[in-house]
Design a protein around this ligand. Structure first.
Ligand SMILES: [Zn+2]
Length: 275
């Protein structure tokens, strides 16, 4: 131990003695185990009708699809899996009920660029189980799934489970601190689906960021306090918007809306990263 590190250790010991370890748990700056966060491109959606996701909008629209990858000292964490990589091989994209899905770059290739295989992902966190968020779920059968219990228990219309019962899973009931250091906290925001969740990330240098999933699809919805009528439970969705506003305020956090196309040019995409 150098003189300087001995000094730092002594100061830390004093601080812990006065403040107690609990105070440190609530003081994430400098303590977060996150080393980096990558923003991954996970597809594009061209909507026939923008109003299906943004009430009041007219004409066609577009949604970006975004995934996020976190390097934490205790493992790699992926938030959402986007549209399926197989769509990249479809010359005309995939026509879904709401529009056209295209994939210009596969998630697998983006991970490979970072020297990773899907099996390197320790935790797979899903905002929810809609197809544009679980398109590559099958690649991560070796990861520990982290979803809300309400989402996990929500059956498909044919009565089948949404997830492979053989996959290792953590089913959260409400907010959940993934690495137990306050660096990645799942925020329960039901309504869009029964067990929808956001992810609050506390980056050591960039600060706190709230990643939305589909509790908000577009900035217009956030600004206008609106949600699509197609949501599973509209009043619950609106209450979740209020919860998000409180979380943003409490944590002085930025809101990053993964489906908002106007935010795409604002982000550094992988292999660049945020610290
Ligand atoms: Zn959705």
């Amino acid at each position: 131990m150098t003189k300087r590190s001995t000094f730092v250790a002594a100061v830390l010991a004093l601080l812990v003695a006065f403040a107690g370890p609990q105070a440190f748990a609530q003081q994430p700056a400098g303590k977060s185990g996150i080393e980096r966060m990558y923003v991954l491109y996970c597809g594009d959606i061209a909507l026939d009708n923008a109003s299906e996701f943004t009430p009041g909008a007219t004409g066609p629209g577009a949604l970006s699809v975004t995934c996020y990858l976190i390097k934490h000292r205790d493992g790699w964490l992926l938030f959402d899996t986007g549209l399926g990589d197989q769509i990249a091989a479809m010359p005309n994209g995939f026509k879904s009920q709401v529009g056209l899905w295209t994939v210009k770059r596969t998630l697998t290739s983006e991970l490979a660029e970072l020297g990773l295989k899907p099996s390197d992902i320790t935790y797979l966190v899903l905002s929810h189980s809609h197809p544009d968020h679980v398109g590559n779920l099958g690649l991560f059968s070796g990861s520990t799934l982290v979803v809300q219990k309400a989402e996990y228990d929500w059956k498909l219309p044919d009565g089948k489970p949404r997830f492979d019962p053989a996959q290792k899973v953590i089913t959260a009931e409400g907010d959940y601190d993934v690495f137990h250091d306050d660096s990645v906290v799942l925020i329960s925001t039901p309504g869009h689906s029964p067990g929808h969740q956001n992810m609050l990330v506390r980056l050591p240098k960039t600060g706190a960021i709230l990643l939305t999933g589909d509790s908000v699809h577009t900035k217009a919805n956030w600004d206008g306090h609106k949600v699509p009528s197609r949501n599973f439970n509209v009043p619950q969705s609106l209450a979740s918007l209020d919860r998000m506003a409180a979380v943003l305020k409490e944590n002085n956090a930025q809101l990053w809306i993964g489906h908002e196309t106007s935010e795409v040019p604002l982000r550094k995409y992988s292999p660049a990263y945020y610290e």
